[in-house]
Design a protein around this ligand. Structure first.
Ligand SMILES: *[C@@H]1O[C@H](CO)[C@@H](O)[C@H](O)[C@H]1NC(C)=O
Ligand SMILES: *[C@@H]1O[C@H](CO)[C@@H](O)[C@H](O)[C@H]1NC(C)=O
Ligand SMILES: *[C@@H]1O[C@H](CO)[C@@H](O)[C@H](O)[C@H]1NC(C)=O
Length: 500
């Protein structure tokens, strides 16, 4: 009985295990500490030393590429003489999904020659953050940057005061557009929404996420979407200020500025002065219970973890996600298992990042908490996050607000020398796209290669290292052109960039 209770513990009290918390380091480990799974590689990795030449390569910014952000601002478009009415959208999802929704909303309003009402951000059932557009984004900047392209108003005009979320939630309403297909064309909006605007002067589109196609769009509409994403959307000043403070602390950690001035210490630190001083890597790590459970892979937490994840799958997806028709080995060799913090650490170490690398962990929560992170921390002792770098007073304004926390991570990610994302998803796509636009280095882990390498338990560290370096040569920010159906926000070239 006691045993059964112990096994159910993580399920009954899932929140105990979710936060990336230094306060509860021992809870998971007393129960069942996930042990390093690749201890042979780990042992060598802990003793690694990277030749200066390799370090220099690693930290060198990307060379200019054929596609760049365009020099001229595209103002071939102009405001319509007369607005055709008001467009209202309600956006669900987390911060980064909403971001894409905002860009698409501007585009749809433009297609319809309409005025956009500042989008309403829905409260996501998982993230539970009620922050509004204006709490997250600098609304004055937003309106100002787009003033020659489209009219935007902050609030519902008085005559349409009734057109609220509650109004649409309680009955079928003529002004609500409920049937926009996924990736709808510009014509779909003209045919289906223009008449509503003509009759009522307002149209509320919900759901709206992913409701505008990426292909066969007029060029000026594509450019406008990118202008919104890369120029008009900036975070509110207090998020930028906190982000700047974090970036400064990462670049100039107190310990090195303390030794400044003392010539002896300075010499010592100079002799140790490495490539990468004053630089930092952001690691976006999404390894939460949801993702772990969904993948159906084995993460080394033993029987207790397997049961907990199987139970989670059953309750959350009620049989829609099967326990898995594939073995762990099959899933791994296909690159279908999220990388654990340990595996990411080995990847970074093999690429050449040494233990003086400053690593910022952009992460909401890690399944298993500190117990799971400790291996990564042993490889990268200078690992930081929002909590370790900022005081609680500094964090007071963003505390418990998932969108604002994500905004700070996004900001720091954009300002890092190197960004690496271990987890596919909206944040990954948004930052990778934005960094492509600004030609900043981004390492994309090859999940298939790593899955296969980690399966081979005989691999020596040099063999692992060679395979990793070779397999990631062309995954460090080399520009990839968008293919049909892919998102312009993830692949901004060619639509949003200029060929030099
Ligand atoms: C970093 O690695 C070097 C070389 O392996 C080792 O001597 C040193 O103790 C390590 N530093 C830390 C802080 O772990
Ligand atoms: C929008 O305005 C442009 C000219 O300003 C016009 O060519 C186009 O047909 C209008 N579209 C709609 C949907 O009203
Ligand atoms: C790993 O080593 C074992 C025992 O030394 C050997 O039997 C096996 O074939 C090796 N596997 C690979 C993939 O080299």
């Amino acid at each position: 009985m006691a045993g059964a209770l112990l096994l159910l513990l993580p399920f009954l009290f899932p929140s105990l295990f979710t936060p990336f918390s230094h306060a509860l380091p021992s809870v998971f480990s007393e129960w069942n500490a996930p042990k390093p799974r690749h201890s042979r590689l780990l042992k060598s990795a802990l003793q690694r030393q990277t030749p200066d030449e390799q370090l220099a390569d690693l930290w060198r910014p990307l060379a200019e590429q054929q596609w760049k952000r365009c020099a001229r601002s595209d103002s071939m478009s102009s405001l319509p003489e007369k607005s055709q009415g008001y467009i209202q959208v309600f956006l669900d999802g987390g911060l980064n999904q909403q971001r894409m929704g905002i860009c698409d909303a501007v585009a749809v309003a433009k297609i319809l020659n309409a005025t956009l009402i500042i989008p309403h951000l829905e409260v996501n059932p998982v993230w539970q953050d009620s922050s509004t557009f204006m709490d997250i984004f600098d609304v004055d900047h937003f309106i100002n940057v787009l003033k020659d392209d489209i009219s935007i108003v902050r609030e519902l005009p008085d005559e349409y005061f009734w057109s609220t979320r509650e109004y649409y939630a309680t009955a079928i309403r003529a002004t609500r557009i409920k049937t926009a297909p996924v990736h709808a064309s510009a014509n779909w909006y003209i045919e289906n929404v223009s008449p509503v605007l003509q009759s009522y002067g307002i149209a509320a589109i919900a759901p709206f996420s992913h409701r505008l196609a990426f292909d066969n769009m007029p060029e000026d509409i594509q450019r406008l979407r990118c202008k919104v994403n890369f120029q008009a959307l900036v975070f509110v000043p207090h998020i930028r200020a906190l982000g700047d403070a974090l970036v400064t602390r990462l670049r100039y950690p107190p310990s090195t500025s303390e030794v400044d001035g003392t010539s002896y210490l300075r010499q010592v630190s100079d002799s140790k002065d490495k490539q990468g001083t004053g630089k930092f890597v952001v690691l976006h790590l999404r390894f939460d219970k949801d993702m772990a459970a969904h993948s159906a892979c084995d993460f080394g937490g033993g029987k207790a973890e397997k049961l907990a994840l199987a139970k989670y799958r059953q309750v959350i997806w009620q049989g829609r996600v099967l326990n898995s028709q594939f073995t762990d080995e099959e899933l791994r060799s296909r690159g279908r298992c999220p990388l654990t913090p340990e595996e990411i650490g080995l990847l970074l170490a093999a690429l050449g990042f040494d233990n003086s690398t400053r690593l910022y962990l952009a992460s909401h929560k890690v399944y298993g908490g500190e117990a799971r992170i400790s291996t990564l921390r042993s490889l990268f002792p200078l690992m930081e996050d929002k909590k370790s770098l900022a005081s609680s007073e500094e964090r007071a304004q963003i505390k418990g607000k998932a969108s604002l926390l994500a905004a700070v991570d996004y900001y720091v990610s954009m300002h890092s020398d190197i960004f690496i994302s271990a987890s596919p998803g909206n944040m990954h796509n948004a930052v990778v796209g934005h960094r492509t636009y600004e030609n900043k280095k981004t390492i994309r882990p090859s999940m298939t290669l790593l899955g296969q390498l980690f399966l081979n338990k005989n691999l020596t560290w040099p063999e692992f290292q060679d395979a990793v370096v070779e397999g990631h040569k062309n995954r460090q920010g080399q520009l990839r052109l968008r293919k049909p159906q892919q998102s312009i926000y993830t692949y901004p070239a060619p639509d949003c960039m200029c060929n030099s």
